[in-house]
Design a protein around this ligand. Structure first.
Ligand code: 5GP
Ligand code: MN
Length: 336
């Protein structure tokens, strides 16, 4: 592979490298960035991670997570790091608008750009575009990347802990996007000493009381079921945000509860945030929420997990979403 050879020779001498990932980074964004950082740093490179916004608390245990630079907090320093880098690795996103202002800075750089990502329809902004829409996660792809560099033997438990995290969170604990290949990779990670039980506990059993109460509030007071469209909706208002003191990451996973109901094919979580209304969509089977997110909410993602935003206010967004349903009805109510 020509790409691999070029990258291999580029990385054969120590370089200044920046890794960046998408706004509101999740387990896969942070796991893949840290996994790649540890690998590249072990090769003698100087590596900085720049995230557009802060990472959620449930990832605070991750190795070297405190060294991540957050553009929202340190814009000038972050920009300097990006400007002095010889190479910029873009992980777990495939269009520069996913990283806001960081994207404008990255776009201006002449340095080598490498994208590693598994979302649908990648934009062509990188010199090396490594895209695999069948991959469970960007962490799985970073594992493949290290193997393709001929360095499988240089994988460490620390790298493994990071990669396991993104695989675990993006597959919903091995429920979606799994494959025989993925389970083999996970077996390799366990061989490195990764403690899957401990990591699951760190990642999923670290909720605060207010998060559990928020989940209760969402299911009891904010859930709407539209059986004729096989759809469930949960919304949160600005007042909910202050009443429950909702912070980054606190709403993670709530949308999935809707899919537990028999007959529900699509789940929508609609959040009134300070300047936008954020939308998280999930689906089962062939029904693609990517198409809805892209077409109607300036977003994207995967077939069964996508997101987007609306600038029209909560009420208008809820109305718009419900008005879309009739045109998808035939696909939403059929059994699969
Ligand atoms: P979540 O609903 O968990 O925020 O995101 C689900 C999936 O959709 C993730 O893969 C995420 O990267 C993607 N996604 C979420 N919001 C957006 C968005 O505004 N634009 C695009 N292109 N993708 C999004
Ligand atoms: Mn991902």
């Amino acid at each position: 592979m020509e790409n691999t050879q070029e990258l291999k020779s580029f990385l054969s001498l120590p370089k200044d490298i920046v890794i960046t990932t998408h706004r509101n980074p999740d387990g896969d964004a942070i796991g893949s960035s840290l996994g790649l950082q540890h690998y590249l740093a072990n090769q003698g490179h100087s590596v900085k991670i720049v995230s557009p916004s802060e990472y959620p608390d449930f990832l605070a245990w991750m190795p070297a997570v405190n060294d991540i630079m957050v553009y929202d907090i340190e814009p000038e320093e972050s920009q300097k790091e990006i400007e002095k880098a010889d190479a910029i690795f873009c992980l777990d996103f495939n269009s520069l608008d996913r990283i806001d202002k960081v994207g404008e800075i990255v776009d201006k750089q002449k340095s080598l750009k490498v994208m590693i990502d598994h979302h649908l329809y990648p934009e062509n902004f990188a010199d090396h575009l490594i895209s695999d829409t069948t991959a469970s996660s960007t962490c799985e792809m970073v594992f493949d990347f290290i193997c393709n560099m001929g360095h499988k033997h240089l994988m460490t438990q620390t790298i493994g802990d990071c990669l396991f995290t993104g695989i675990l969170t993006d597959t919903g604990s091995f429920k979606y996007s799994t494959s025989a290949k993925l389970f083999r990779i996970v077996a390799d990670l366990l061989d490195l000493g990764v403690d899957d039980y401990m990591l699951q506990d760190l990642i999923f059993n670290s909720m605060k009381e207010k998060q559990l109460r928020l989940l209760g509030h969402c299911l009891y007071n904010r859930m709407e079921i539209l059986p004729e469209y096989g759809t469930g909706i949960i919304h949160l208002t600005k007042d909910d945000y202050s009443e429950y003191d909702i912070q980054r990451g606190d709403t993670e996973g709530i949308v999935n509860y809707l899919l537990k109901m028999k007959g529900i094919r699509m789940a929508a979580f609609i959040m009134e945030q300070p300047t936008i209304v954020k939308i998280s969509l999930r689906s089962k089977g062939d029904f693609s929420v990517q198409e809805i997110a892209k077409r109607h909410f300036k977003g994207g993602g995967h077939k069964n997990a996508s997101g987007g935003a609306s600038f029209q206010g909560l009420e208008a967004t809820l109305k718009k979403f419900k008005e879309l349903l009739p045109r998808y009805q035939a696909h939403l109510v059929k059994p699969y």
